[in-house]
Design a protein around this ligand. Sequence first.
Ligand SMILES: [Ca+2]
Ligand SMILES: [Ca+2]
Ligand SMILES: [Ca+2]
Length: 271
Amino acid sequence: MGKHGIARTAGVRMFVGMGAVALLTLGTASAASAEEVVIEHLSADPESPFDFGFTLCNDEALGQSFTATATGSVTEVTIFRSGIEATTTLSVYDGDGTSGEPVSTQLVSFADDFGFEPRVFTLEAPLPVVAGNRYSFEFEHIPECQNQAFVWGAYGYNGGTSFLDDVAQADLDLAFRVVIDTSDEDGDKVADAADQCAGTTFGDAPDLRPNRLWSTSVAGFADRDGVIRYTLADTAGCSAEQIIAAAGLGKGHGAHGISVGALRDWVAATH
Ligand SMILES: [Ca+2]
Ligand SMILES: [Ca+2]
Ligand SMILES: [Ca+2]
């Protein structure tokens, strides 16, 4: 692999073969429990976990696609960044690329830290994945190059590619780690064993009346003031739409939200 010189590709400055990085000792990759599968891409050279660094400028967005090696839900994304304190967004995508509509987006913070330790982010809304399919994540607006935001990369990941401002960067990959929780296929944070509704997704709430609730996210069932009144664990992993269908609730529940009483009945019946 080309480990010499400096290449420049569409705004990415690659400082290749950074010997100092070899001093880094990575801990053992997250010890995977029986219900977790870890996808990890670092340099093939154990003495030098990273092959090169991206320097990011002008609020560029940097992403990476990957191929799921198991079916479940992605709960954790790790990249290797060095730079000043920053808040950015982490978005995840169903598919190979970062230009479409993200499945979910969350704010994440980087500490002011010029070390080379892994930056681990837990997804607020786990991303459901199917083994063999491709998915992507993106960190948007990592601050300016004068602040020295480096993101470390490694060559040769065949399951995807990196993206700079939504443009695929052929042959370049981030050094990254993704954790798939194989015990929660639909990513609603309710394990399959306790989940009575497969394939849970979250739609927009209808025009909620007082004491009517809807599940607009994995956070749970909120009232019209946004206060969470029941969690997905309470409802056995079922969304508002799924409960209305399964319990045969009348049209009013779909039009104005599920009544607190109907939801209470559902919780009692499923526990
Ligand atoms: Ca690749
Ligand atoms: Ca689940
Ligand atoms: Ca579910």
